[in-house]
Design a protein around this ligand. Structure first.
Ligand code: HEM
Length: 503
């Protein structure tokens, strides 16, 4: 029968069959799975990638939302993704169904950098993720909260002060001075020591984040079309090389810790992890499998990376905004003078006493939105969201920037207005609707409390001791290039200012 069928096929029938198959494959590749919300038509293989590379991701998502609504679907390479462009949808997903929406994407670069999704941020929702989140959380509580956090931040102030004084009134970009302070705080918490200015190792950590953000952009082709990981292009190879050198340097830090490890004197995050490992081995617990050397290195790596770049960029924005709006800077300095004076540095306990200063800090977090589209989640099962049934393994992105600039939550959202965070009686609005720089739900930023307290101390200290201004002859030209940055983490701004010590 088969032989008869084959022998009866002529050339035109074969062409017809091949064409029909290709049309079917094309149709299957681009047709939206049942249950997903509408969205732009996808191209085969690449999906909607070209639409997303025209400008910053958050702006592209906003443009698509205007046409298809606040929930829409797009295809990113071979992955379907829903984008949630308003707060209600974000809450319905991340708060009302926290576990169903707690997965993470399986992108190639995440896999490579996290050595097989073995960190916290890139890990899927699983017992190992929970264990490491718990260990990291208790390390942050132990080493970076209350008086210990004051101490961590106060320790970096003399070096920061020296770096600012050395500019001697000349125009400079504060990114390096701020970066060194933030990296040293995290280094002390993770490694138990800090670095002096100009230390090549410190520069290596700082450059890593910068180089990685630049090399990664919105992701490399293999992140969207998995087969391409077998044929890495020069940019992908660049990301791999940067990650290899990071793993090697961090490996040296872990090795030095292993040699000096004293279970009676647990002094930093690495020691905490080693102690957990030691306990698990002693108890013969199954947790041992989740506490290998790779897991330990990855948790340290994750906290060090997640906590440094975001905080540095936020502080860099904060200084820029205070320079752009000198009348606000004056009010901050006056408030700090009135409440704290000059004889002691600000501390965690001062929060709540400096409402205008704190409001400026929160407004910076809103206005800069350093992670404009957050970190992508995935669905762990088929799950209902509004009128839609989102299939398992769909990517889920919340457009944090769209929420931070939505008129429904913010009056004059495009203006930098500390009053957004002040109530009628002049107190701070800690959790206004539509404010989610650290996201929420099961995957909420692990360092939220730490970051807020750290930024508060550094921010108020800066204006306690310095007045920052636009360099002479550049007045009126201080442009913050708000549209800068297209990646998942905004790159640093480019600007010069002048620092004058307050006496
Ligand atoms: C201004 C500073 C910071 C901002 C804006 C920020 C923002 C974020 C955001 C948006 C997420 C993704 C949440 C989600 O997936 O829904 C995240 C995750 C995370 N952040 Fe932060 N972060 C900051 C500082 C820190 C610090 C200081 C640390 C630790 C020292 C940290 C550690 C983490 C970790 C480990 C995760 C992954 C959580 C998980 O997947 O379970 N972050 N952060």
């Amino acid at each position: 029968m088969l032989e008869y069928l084959i022998s009866s096929l002529n050339t035109s029938t074969i062409i017809l069959l091949v064409v029909s198959f290709l049309i079917y494959a094309w149709y299957k590749n681009v047709s939206r799975p049942a249950g997903l919300p509408p969205g732009p038509v996808a191209l085969p293989i690449v999906g909607n990638i070209f639409e997303l590379t025209k400008g910053p991701l958050h702006e592209e998502f906003n443009t698509i939302a205007k046409k298809y609504g606040d929930i829409f679907s797009i295809k990113i390479g071979s992955n379907w993704c829903i984008v949630l462009n308003n707060l209600e949808l974000a809450k319905d997903a991340f708060l009302k169904k926290p576990v169903e929406f707690a997965g993470r994407i399986k992108a190639f670069t995440v896999e490579y950098v996290s050595q097989g999704f073995n960190d916290i941020t890139g890990a899927s929702y699983c017992p190992r993720w929970k264990l490491h989140r718990k260990i990291a959380h208790s390390a942050i509580r132990h080493f970076a909260s209350g008086k210990r956090l004051d101490q961590l931040v106060h320790n970096v102030l003399p070096k920061l002060s020296r770096a600012l004084d050395e500019t001697e009134g000349k125009a400079f970009d504060p990114k390096e001075a701020l970066g060194v302070a933030v990296y040293n705080i995290l280094a002390t918490m993770c490694f138990g020591h800090d670095y002096s200015y100009g230390d090549p190792k410190l520069q290596f950590w700082i450059d890593f984040n910068k180089d990685m953000v630049r090399a990664l952009g919105n992701g490399v082709p293999a992140d969207f079309i998995p087969i391409l990981k077998h044929f890495p292009d020069p940019r992908t190879k660049g990301v791999m090389k940067i990650a290899d050198s990071w793993h090697m340097e961090l490996g040296k830090e872990m090795k030095a810790h292993r040699e000096a490890y004293d279970p009676e004197n647990v002094k930093d995050l690495i020691d905490c992890l080693m102690k957990e490992q030691e306990n698990a081995i002693a108890e013969g617990s199954a947790k041992v499998d989740s506490l290998t050397e790779t897991h330990l290195l990855q948790t340290v790596s994750d906290l060090f990376q997640a906590g440094t770049n975001t905080t540095t960029i936020t502080l860099h924005w904060a200084v820029a905004l205070m320079v752009k709006y000198p009348e606000m800077q004056k009010k901050v300095a006056e408030e700090v003078d009135r409440v704290i004076g000059r004889d002691r540095p600000p501390s965690v306990d001062d929060r709540g006493q400096l409402p205008y200063t704190e409001a400026c800090m929160y407004e910076t977090l809103r206005y800069s939105s350093v992670t404009p589209v957050g970190v992508a989640h995935t669905t762990l099962e088929d799950v209902a969201l509004g009128n839609y049934m989102i299939p398992k393994d769909t990517w889920v992105v919340v457009n944090q920037w769209a929420i931070h600039f939505n008129e429904k939550h913010w009056d004059e959202p495009n203006k930098f207005k500390p009053e957004h965070f002040l109530d009628e009686s002049g107190g701070v609005r800690q959790h206004p609707e539509g404010f989610l720089p650290f996201s929420f739900g099961r995957r909420v930023c692990l360092g939220e409390s730490f970051a807020k307290a750290e930024i508060f101390i550094l921010f108020s200290w800066l204006f306690q001791h310095y007045t920052f201004s636009v360099p002479p002859r550049q007045e009126g030209k201080f442009d913050l290039k708000l549209d800068l940055g297209s990646g998942f983490v905004r790159p640093l701004l480019e600007y010069d200012i002048v620092a004058k010590k307050r006496f």
